[in-house]
Design a protein around this ligand. Structure first.
Ligand SMILES: Cc1ncc(COP(=O)(O)O)c(C=O)c1O
Length: 426
């Protein structure tokens, strides 16, 4: 990439903040030398050089190759700088900014999240994480003893414990269908849910992407099937929001909640919550204080004093996302996945334990090494190669979970696969 293209690209991934509605005055001063044009619609060059520049926006420790985004994401410079500036602004006049001084800015964040997920701002609440969102849903439901809730076996504990604590103790039955780990089609998965439905089923609560092996679940088909039977569908989107393009109205679920600190690269402790307009009446605030009777979705996020710099940092993260381009990120997810699978497939010492089709998996892939214990391999990768990834042992897996976020380059994948080959041969 030439110097001019490099400068252009750098501006396109850092410069959007200069035209932003939410940037605080302190940061504006710092940014005055940047192009004042809002770059949100500019396209980036999709070469590896461009993606190397994206990677340079993140501050991983020297020598670390971070393949663990599914556990927790990292913030690019733009997001860290903006969030720090918001912290400074808050500390410059705490009462002003905490109690209404940022009202418009918060609404801007809501709007930008809504536009990313292709829904109305009146359907988005800004919360802390997926765990809170799943608690909010499970706690709210007015279920009666004997009613049933379906939670498949791959649900994360943040999607099971709230139902066990808030509903099972009231006499609600939790039904746990088993999902195939390598389904051949969406229909295989839909059939598991369909078989679990009875006349007592009131809610299906499901992951969009399971954290165990990265399999994408068919939310659209299950929502359609559920709604024909007047069953509500709640989706744990912790691993999907930001990984690829999502249209929540098209998916058709009633509720969707995600942690922005994973694939959206927001500051930690910020989450998004979607509730379809005509399903909002089911929901009650998890925490009650002044404002709990608000008839809008804002009643669900009224915590009194809260982490506003991080919430505004989410706005900066969505800007960053748009500066690269949602479609560009979507395409990159699948490009990295294909590149990784292409290097792994065909080697008899490796077995992929994530379904291959693009509608069945994205940027989370799990791989087993023949005759190697996954915990030992994880430690060897960390100690000898500086590679961080997560070992997965549930569901008889003995697999490494590899996350392929946008800061991963093809050179990083080459490095990872080379390390895996060396360990496999040792
Ligand atoms: C599928 C899934 N749901 C929920 C969570 C919990 O996320 P958080 O701790 O951000 O609430 C995770 C975290 O890894 C997850 O993978």
């Amino acid at each position: 990439m030439g110097t001019q293209a490099r400068r252009y690209f750098l501006k396109s991934i850092t410069g959007g903040i200069a035209g932003s509605m939410i940037i605080p005055e302190l940061l504006m001063g710092e940014l005055k030398n940047l192009d004042k044009v809002n770059h949100l619609n500019r396209k980036m060059d999709d070469s590896e050089d461009s993606w190397q520049l994206v990677k340079e926006q993140f501050v991983f420790a020297p020598g670390i190759r971070y393949f663990n985004n599914a556990s927790l994401g990292s913030c690019p410079n733009h997001v860290r700088k903006a969030t720090n500036a918001f912290r400074d602004t808050l500390d410059s006049f705490p009462s002003k900014y905490m109690w209404g001084g940022w009202k418009d800015e918060i609404e801007n964040v809501r709007n930008s999240v809504a536009s990313l997920l292709k829904v109305s701002a009146e359907e988005i609440a800004l919360i802390h994480n997926t765990t809170e969102g799943m608690n909010l849903i499970a706690r709210s439901m007015d279920l009666q003893p004997g009613d049933e809730v379906i939670l498949a076996d791959h649900e994360h504990t943040s999607g099971t414990i709230p139902w066990e604590v808030w509903q099972e103790t009231k006499g609600i039955k939790i039904v746990r269908p088993e999902l195939p780990i390598l389904p051949e089609s969406e229909d295989d998965l839909v059939a598991c849910y369909e078989k679990a439905i009875t006349s007592k089923t009131k809610v299906i609560s499901m992951c969009h992407i399971v954290n165990t092996n990265g399999m994408i679940l068919p939310v659209r088909a299950i929502s359609k099937m559920a709604h024909e039977r007047e069953i509500l569908v709640a989706v744990d989107g912790a691993q999907s929001a930001g990984m690829f393009d999502i249209d929540l109205h098209d998916l058709g679920c009633d509720f969707y909640t995600a942690s922005a600190h994973k694939w959206m690269f927001s500051p930690k402790g910020v989450g998004v919550f979607y509730a379809r307009k005509d399903s909002q009446h089911h929901l009650k605030p998890l925490i009650v204080c002044r404002g709990h009777r608000d008839t809008s979705i804002r009643r669900l996020e009224n915590y009194n004093t809260r982490n506003l710099p991080e919430v505004l940092g989410l706005g900066a993260a969505v800007e960053y996302y748009y500066n690269i381009g949602p479609q560009t990120i979507h395409n990159r997810t699948y490009e990295l996945k294909q590149y990784f699978r292409g290097k792994i497939n065909g080697n008899p010492k490796f077995t992929l334990k994530t379904p291959g089709a693009d509608h069945l998996s994205g940027a989370i892939q799990v791989v087993e090494l023949l005759d190697k214990n996954v915990r030992t391999v994880k430690n060897q990768l960390a100690d000898n190669y500086g590679i961080d990834c997560r070992p997965m042992s549930t569901f008889n897996l003995n697999a490494l979970r590899i996350s392929l976020a946008i800061y991963i380059t093809k050179a990083d994948i080459d490095y990872l696969v080379n390390a895996l080959e060396e360990i496999a041969d040792s």
